[in-house]
Design a protein around this ligand. Structure first.
Ligand SMILES: Nc1ncnc2c1ncn2[C@@H]1O[C@H](COP(=O)(O)OP(=O)(O)OP(=O)(O)O)[C@@H](O)[C@H]1O
Ligand SMILES: [Mg+2]
Length: 481
């Protein structure tokens, strides 16, 4: 026997032959339903060793009213990945043209796992009455431990699915005199922006997304602390940096309706409170340009009115979003009043590259170094301005980049001209916001500005002062047009 084995092992042809046979058997098993059948047989054998409890969830009650629990369980089961593995399933087209929904067929069994226990669901259709029921089969030994938390789990997942399916609506407050019956007017919210399309620092975006997700999951926690379940965000930065676009993306991300409050249409504080009372749960309450409203000499709602409103006298399950271009009163900014501050800066080179990739399909280009150089010497345009240039020149990426470069150059030149002549403009307010990133108090950082100015003068040293003036004039005329 030992000598036979030695002969076999010493013969490479025989070894190869044995490997080929093993490989063929393995392929045969993996490509046929043998494993599947073996698993099924093993499971039915295992089943026979346990005692089971059955629960029926009929689709209709005795008055033929729909049983909501059936709807919840059915939606939950169809969301499970194992529906794909059931022997028979239905395919339906979804809301989007590319979407296909896999729906459980009659008399199919779904196996679900919860807290380490296995449960079975059958989508049963009575052959006599044609009425549908879902039958839950659960091991008696697991019943006490998991039944209640399992049903709660189904309920939670159902709520999440419904929330995602919900059509997002945009509500705006009506004019004061029309407000007797109808305080809010709404339209379907179809803004195309999503968290993916908004250009911002990737880490910051991830942080904001997880902040919103944590908020959504912390209802019990807030209640235990006796706190109102709300969260407020301040989006601040110059015009055209994506604040309003980000609000649209937030609403999509959360599947929350947007209630945009135009403070100019509010007659008094009670008006504001009534408006708030008529907002639904799971909504984003938005007040845009808060700084401009507070900057007015006389306003219908006082600053303290807005502060009370923000402290959430009656607002539960709400997210409030304020936008602002300028620094706003410290009372509003203190912690707890606004939970998250998000700065929307003007474009830097990295944001430019993201825009070039999304708008022009460019990952790199020979003109990129020139663009970067302009950012380094202090050029600043908003994503809206750069995005517009790219969109209108999208048929020629090179022309688009050249236009961006000349816009950046004009921007630097006009800033230099303004600095030299000592005149201020609206743009300088934006600059102080940009540098406010480092200085926190919104003051312009003289060293940085000086360096930018020095860098620009060195680079444009070869140009005549006439060129410089031309660039400045060109910029002014661009702004005017
Ligand atoms: N960060 C960004 N990411 C993607 N698109 C942007 C971004 N910033 C601006 N845009 C584009 O520029 C346009 C204007 O942006 P948006 O209205 O969001 O700016 P804003 O900060 O709200 O400006 P304002 O303060 O004047 O209201 C939009 O069409 C938007 O698509
Ligand atoms: Mg805006």
């Amino acid at each position: 026997m030992t000598s036979q084995a030695t002969v076999l092992l010493s013969n490479p042809a025989l070894i190869l032959y044995a490997i080929a046979i093993l490989f063929t058997i393995f392929r045969f098993i993996s490509r046929t339903c043998l494993i599947h059948s073996l698993k099924k047989w093993w499971r039915s054998l295992e089943d026979k060793c346990y005692v089971y409890q059955f629960y029926k969830v009929p689709k209709f009650n005795e008055n033929m009213q729909e049983n909501q629990l059936h709807r919840q369980v059915y939606t939950y089961l169809n969301s499970l990945p194992c529906v794909e593995d059931s022997d028979f399933a239905n395919l339906f087209s979804g809301n989007k043209s590319t979407e296909i929904n896999i729906i459980l067929d009659e008399n199919q069994v779904i196996v679900d796992k919860f807290l380490g226990a296995r449960v079975y669901w059958t989508n049963e259709k009575c052959s006599k009455t044609g009425l549908q029921s879902l039958i839950l089969k659960i091991r008696k030994k697991d019943k006490r431990r998991i039944l209640v938390p399992y049903m709660q789990h189904i309920h939670t997942v159902f709520d999440e699915i419904e929330q995602k399916k919900k059509e997002v609506r945009l509500f705006v407050n009506a004019e004061t005199e029309l407000q007797r019956n109808e305080r809010w007017r709404s339209v379907p919210f179809t803004h195309p922006a999503t968290m993916e399309t908004v250009v911002m620092d990737a880490d910051l975006k991830t942080k904001i997304k997880s902040d919103m997700e944590t908020f959504l999951k912390s209802k019990q926690y807030y209640h235990r602390l006796g706190r109102v379940w709300k969260r407020s965000y301040l989006l601040y930065g110059p015009s055209g940096t994506g604040k309003s676009t980000f609000i649209a993306a937030m609403a999509k991300f959360l599947s929350y309706d947007i209630y945009e409050i135009d403070l100019n249409k509010i007659a008094n504080y009670s008006n504001l409170k009534n408006l708030l009372l008529q907002t639904s749960n799971n909504s984003l309450i938005v007040i845009e340009d808060l700084d401009q409203y507070l900057g007015k000499t006389s306003t219908a709602v006082s600053l303290s009115g807005i502060l009370n409103f923000m402290d959430g006298i009656s607002s539960e399950e709400r997210i409030m979003v304020f936008t602002s271009k300028e620094n706003i009163d410290q009372n509003i900014l203190r912690p707890g009043r606004i939970d998250v501050h998000i700065h929307f800066p003007l474009c830097d080179f990295s944001a430019f590259k993201t825009l070039a990739s999304s708008h022009l399909g460019l990952k790199d280009h020979k003109l990129f170094p020139q663009v970067e150089e302009n950012f380094q010497i202090g050029a600043s345009l908003s994503p809206a301005e750069i995005g517009e240039i790219m969109i209108s020149n999208r048929s020629s990426p090179t022309r688009a980049l050249k236009t961006v470069i000349s816009a950046l150059q004009s921007n630097v030149a006009s800033r230099v001209t303004r600095k030299l002549s000592g005149s201020g403009s609206g743009r300088e307010m934006e600059e102080s916001y940009e540098s406010g990133k480092e200085s926190q108090n919104g003051s312009v950082q003289p060293m940085k500005e000086l360096k930018n100015l020095y860098g620009f003068l060195r680079k444009s040293g070869r140009k005549s002062s006439m060129d410089l003036l031309d660039a400045g004039e060109r910029d002014n005329s661009n702004h005017g047009s």
